[in-house]
Write a protein that binds this ligand. Structure first.
Ligand code: CA
Length: 232
C-alpha cells in the first residue's frame, strides 16, 4: 500500500455492517468515511472526493441504484469506482446493478477478504498508485512506498510537485493529460492555480528526468496538454 491512504466512502444504513467495514478497511490501511442514506452519499462524494465508493443497494429514500446513476451522470464522478453491496443475489439484479454503471457487485453476506480483493481490483484499474508498490514505464521506476524515482538505474531527485506530476503520468502512460487534469491531480480540485503553473513544473520535471542522451520522456501536445510517452 502506498503512503497515500486510499479514501473509501461507505454508504450503508445498517450500523453493524458499517462498523464491520470500517474496522476491516481501516485495519488494512484505508481511510473511511460513512454516509447512511443516498442524499448524504451524494453530498459526501462532493465534499470528500473519495477514491472509491462501497454503495449499499437498499438505502432509505434514495436507493443505491439511484445514487449510482446520479454519480455516473456527472462529469466529475463518471469514473469514480463504485462497488454495489446488496442482499439480492438474483442474476437479473446483478445485471441491473452493473447496467447502472457500478464497477462491481458484491452479495451480502460477504467475507471482508473478498470485498477487499474486489476493492483493490477496481482501485488498480482507476488509480494504480493507490494499490501498487511500484510503477514502471520504459526504464522509469517510481517506488511508491519510499517516494523514490529512477530512470535507467539513475536516481532522479524530484521536488514534491514534480513527483506528483510524474506519478500522475505513470498511472496512465502515453495518455494525453490536459493542464486542468494535471492541476486537479497534483494541486487538488479546490486549489486555484493558474494553468501555466503546470508548464513551469513540467519544465522542472523534464530537466531532472531527462538525463544526458536520453529522449525527452514528456511529449507536449499542442493545445492538448502533456503525455508521458516514450513509445514514439
Ligand atoms: Ca441497507
Amino acid at each position: 500500500m502506498s503512503a497515500d491512504r486510499p479514501h473509501i466512502l461507505v454508504v450503508e444504513d445498517e450500523a453493524p455492517i458499517v462498523e464491520l467495514l470500517r474496522y476491516n478497511l481501516e485495519t488494512s490501511g484505508y481511510s473511511v468515511s460513512v454516509a447512511t442514506d443516498g442524499d448524504e452519499a451524494l453530498e459526501r462524494v462532493a465534499e470528500d472526493q473519495p477514491d472509491a465508493v462501497l454503495l449499499d443497494w437498499m438505502l432509505p429514500r434514495k436507493s443505491g441504484i439511484e445514487v449510482c446513476r446520479e454519480l455516473r451522470a456527472k462529469a466529475g464522478t463518471r469514473m469514480l469506482p463504485i462497488i454495489l453491496l446488496t442482499a439480492r443475489g438474483e442474476e437479473a439484479d446483478r445485471v441491473r446493478g452493473l447496467e447502472t454503471g457500478a464497477d462491481d457487485y458484491i452479495v451480502k453476506p460477504f467475507s471482508p477478504r473478498e470485498l477487499e480483493a474486489r476493492l483493490k481490483a477496481v482501485l488498480r484499474r482507476s488509480h494504480p498508485a493507490l494499490v501498487e508498490e511500484k510503477l514502471e514505464y520504459q526504464g522509469i521506476v517510481i517506488d511508491l512506498d519510499r517516494h523514490r524515482v529512477s530512470r535507467n538505474g539513475r536516481k532522479v531527485h524530484l521536488g514534491p510537485k514534480e513527483y506528483r506530476l510524474l506519478r500522475t503520468f505513470m498511472e496512465r502512460p502515453t495518455r494525453v493529460l490536459t493542464r486542468a487534469q494535471l492541476l486537479d491531480s497534483v494541486w487538488g480540485r479546490d486549489v486555484h492555480v493558474e494553468e501555466r503553473t503546470v508548464d513551469v513544473h513540467i519544465r522542472r520535471l523534464r530537466k531532472v528526468l531527462n538525463g544526458e542522451g536520453e529522449p525527452d520522456a514528456i511529449r507536449t501536445v499542442r493545445s492538448g496538454g502533456y503525455a508521458l510517452d516514450l513509445d514514439r
